[in-house]
Write a protein that binds this ligand. Sequence first.
Ligand code: PLP
Length: 393
Amino acid sequence: NYPLSDRINAIQPSPTLAVSQKAAELKSAGHDVIGLGVGEPDFDTPEFIKTAAKAAIDAGHTKYTAVDGIVELKQAVINKFKRDNELTYELPEILISAGGKHSIFNLLSVWLNPGDEVLIPAPYWVSYPDMAKLVGAEPKFINAGIEQRYKITPEQLAAAITPKTRLLFLNSPSNPTGTAYTKEELAALADVLRSHPQVLIASDDMYEHILWADFPFANIAMAAPDLRHRIVLLSGVSKAYAMTGWRIGYAAGPKPLIAAMKKMQSQSTSNPASISQYAALAALNGDQSCITNMVSEFKKRHDYLVAALNAIPGMRCIEGDGTFYVFANIEAMMAEKGLISDIEWCEALLKENKVALVPGSAFGAPGHCRLSFATDLDTLKEAVARITAFANN
Ligand code: PLP
């Protein structure tokens, strides 16, 4: 009998990882499963990045580094913000962590107390609510449906803020919906936030570069420079450089917050892996055309998948602005098949036609499913054929 802490009992294992695991189990039992559940690029980490990591090992960069990351990498992050976002940061405003997830967890740990409210626009990335619960805070959701391209409005934001609200998550381009906010839309949200100074804004820019919209990337720090002291930008190299396994993320924000996150890191993980830091340094400072190539491939797959899914009876999805996900509404098909939840729908599809997707409920949006197109076009075509067969069955 192992009576575990209330803290761990309050949360669920990551549902996206659970789906990949189920699909892997079926696969190893000999079934021909197509997994569109995972959230990582199918591309290999670019060669020049791998070379830099090997060189780091040979140069003896295999020891502890500064807790908050090597200065060269923090400087590369500063240069990235200048180059891509016209934002100026100083070294004490930057923290390197073991992945984007780690950066977010550090922030929530140092900012939230039990009972504090965290505003999360839904559909949301699966980890936000559970991370908030881990630190005793209360997730509060703002629902944005397909008709508003899954983006919250200033009116919704204003109505959701209470005196207990301490944090707002923004994630653009969004996992799972693939839609992004324009600079103007962010400025309108900032207008609301300006009169609620107790609310910190966590801007998760993980998919910044995986964007093909007809408007440029913007985050709220670019849209509302006067709110800079209340904004923490969270990002990393995982998605843009196909480096999910290397575990490097970073945060940029007010010095006192970054210092607290560093203290948190010093008593939990210490520095992120030294070799990965040198790899990330090469990624940020190197030739950025590796991103462009990947994004143009993602866009091709996106265009194919959105058109193909919309041709399946009972499925409906909108064109995304970026990421490598399509978020499809399946309510009509669920009704047609007499399935009462998207979880049942995903289970039936996996059992009958061997395609693994993540149910929308995992992202706070029942009646949907998320398909990752971080896989080659032939596999996507086979997946579409199988989902079509499932729909017609
Ligand atoms: N933020 C979003 C929106 C994500 O989708 C992910 C990864 O799935 C992360 C953060 C975390 O990235 P990392 O793998 O670097 O921890």
